[in-house]
Design a protein around this ligand. Structure first.
Ligand code: FMN
Length: 212
């Protein structure tokens, strides 16, 4: 069986990040399912703001995009900021534009598990936003999602979890991403007619925009 790799992306610029703590638990679940896991912490990544056709792209940005390109699946974990995902998290996703010229492009054939942490109870709003992004990047969001409400009660400042049910859900999400990634790792022929239609409907790569 081919080894499966899951890349986790999450956290905030806060020194103690609950969305990062939640991501760690989900990645543990993925590892228990037999995958290799890689964690990218938004704070450590410290990416510049995305700039289309930037003349120089930092090595750490290229390394991240290459790791995503090699992975079979991802787990995203964003805090809820003002009813949606945080700007720092979205900025990193914008850099995935560098995957526009890969074959296949963006997150084609990759599965993505979604987590949000919120101070209140509206975390699903960030999940919904992320689901739109997964689809725009041609990936596949797995059915299970984990919006962690009142995250300050669930994770302490050291990232320790104090809610067995949430921990269980996060581990289950990691397992589900692993399971789905295994299915997608089985080689299947692409459907050219579907790829053509996708490219017309979502012209987000530089080449496609130029041709439009
Ligand atoms: C700028 C900002 C905006 C926020 N907006 C919301 C919000 O709209 N709804 C909510 O429930 N919590 C909101 N929160 C609380 C965060 O979602 C919550 O503290 C989350 O766990 C932060 O994740 P982190 O620990 O990874 O930084 C906000 C926090 C900040 C700093």
């Amino acid at each position: 069986m081919e080894p499966i790799t899951i890349v986790g992306l999450g956290g905030s610029l806060a020194t103690s990040s609950r969305s990062l703590a939640a991501l760690r638990v989900a990645l543990e679940g993925a590892a228990e399912g037999g995958t290799e896991t890689l964690l990218f912490d938004v704070r450590d990544l410290d990416f510049p703001m995305f700039m289309p056709r930037a003349s120089s792209v930092p090595k750490r940005v290229r390394d991240f995009c290459d790791a995503v390109d090699r992975a079979n699946g991802m787990i995203w974990s964003s805090p809820l900021y003002h009813g949606t995902i945080s700007g720092s998290f979205k900025n990193i996703l914008d850099w995935l534009q560098l995957l526009s010229d890969r074959d296949p492009p963006y997150l084609t054939n990759k599965v993505v598990g979604l987590i949000s942490t919120a101070g209140g109870t509206q975390g699903l709003q960030a999940i919904n936003t992320m689901e739109f992004i997964v689809r725009a990047l041609r990936g596949w969001a797995v059915p299970l999602v984990v919006p962690v409400g009142q995250a300050w009660k669930v994770f302490d400042d050291d990232g320790e979890a104090h809610d067995a049910r949430t921990e269980e859900q996060l581990r289950a999400l990691g397992l589900e991403v692993t399971h789905a990634a295994r299915h997608f790792a089985t080689p299947i022929d692409p459907l050219p007619e579907v790829e053509d239609v996708e490219a017309q409907l979502q012209p987000i790569s530089a080449a496609e925009i130029a041709e439009a």
